[in-house]
Design a protein around this ligand. Structure first.
Ligand SMILES: [Zn+2]
Length: 287
């Protein structure tokens, strides 16, 4: 059974650790994330972007796959299935499809419009027992095909959105999606501290978790971040392990071309990355 992210994030915030949000792309990804969470007795959030949903032929397929895997794999740790960077329409589709959590990314709208749309979704999510993430201050890197530098959110705007009754808030603090450039100045802890002070108990979300140095991750958690999004890092580990397998010619030995063999090293690599992140975020044993 899927659960909203609300309770696991409240617990994480109170316990000074973070729950990992890992984006899924297919069956292997989903299985690797669920298996690792169960083995480490950690709560977990499976993220699905609109693009990944489309790739998997629709959000219903994603929701049904995750739910069926939880059942077939006897997963007992709390699992939330969360739409990552949703448009308003995408949010509606995921509510329909049976997700337990959604993110409405209204950061590119003027604040008034972000507030109006977020408000509507707060109402629907409350009725459906789902959790809702809002975003203030666009997160840099490639988001919706636009390369940004990593904005810092206005703490007052964060407070306005937090007060609407969302369950978690993503505030831009200089973080970027994808790989970080060599001249990246680092996270703005000044912004994070100011946002944290304004929004109080509201769980804060850190996007772009790939490549942020460990000490910065730990400091962010100490300042109220309790959900950290990891996407690119699992993709890089999967690609590297798969490349090694092919380059070693293993697909040409025996039945090495069997997808269950061909995708196995990549699967194990995703598991290793998820494990490493859960240990860093402090969520191991917290289910
Ligand atoms: Zn993001």
């Amino acid at each position: 059974m899927l659960v909203p992210a609300t309770e696991m994030l409240k617990k994480a915030k109170a316990g000074h650790y973070a729950v990992g949000h890992f984006n899924t792309n297919n069956l292997e990804w989903t299985k690797a994330i669920l298996q690792t969470a169960q083995e480490l007795n950690s709560p977990v959030i499976i993220g699905c972007s609109e693009g990944a949903g489309k790739y998997m032929t629709g959000f219903k397929v994603v929701a049904d796959m995750v739910k069926a895997m939880i059942e077939e794999m006897n997963i007992t740790v709390p699992v939330a299935l969360h739409l990552d960077h949703g448009t308003y329409d995408g949010c509606m589709k995921c509510i329909e499809a049976g997700f337990s959590s959604i993110m409405f990314d209204g950061s590119h709208y003027p604040i008034e419009e972000n507030i109006a749309k977020t408000k509507e979704l707060v109402k629907i999510c409350a009725e459906k027992g789902m959790s809702l993430e809002a975003e203030v201050g666009a997160i840099g890197g490639e988001e919706d095909g636009v390369i940004g530098k990593g904005e810092c959110a206005d703490p007052d705007e964060c407070k306005m959105i937090a007060d609407l009754g969302v369950d978690m808030l993503a505030a831009g603090i200089g973080n970027i999606h994808g790989k970080y450039p060599a001249d990246w100045p680092g996270l703005s802890f000044e912004t994070l501290a100011a946002v944290s002070e304004k929004v109080g108990e509201m769980p804060l979300v850190l996007h772009g978790g790939t490549g942020i140095p460990e000490d910065m991750i730990k400091k962010a958690i100490s300042l109220g971040v309790c959900k950290i999004n990891v996407n690119t890092e699992c993709q890089l580990s999967f690609a590297e392990a798969t490349r090694k397998y092919i380059e070693a010619g293993k697909d040409q030995q025996g039945k090495g071309f069997d997808p269950r063999k061909l995708l196995a090293p990549g699967f194990e690599a995703i598991k290793a990355t998820v494990k490493e992140k859960m240990e860093l975020f402090g969520s191991v044993g917290k289910a």
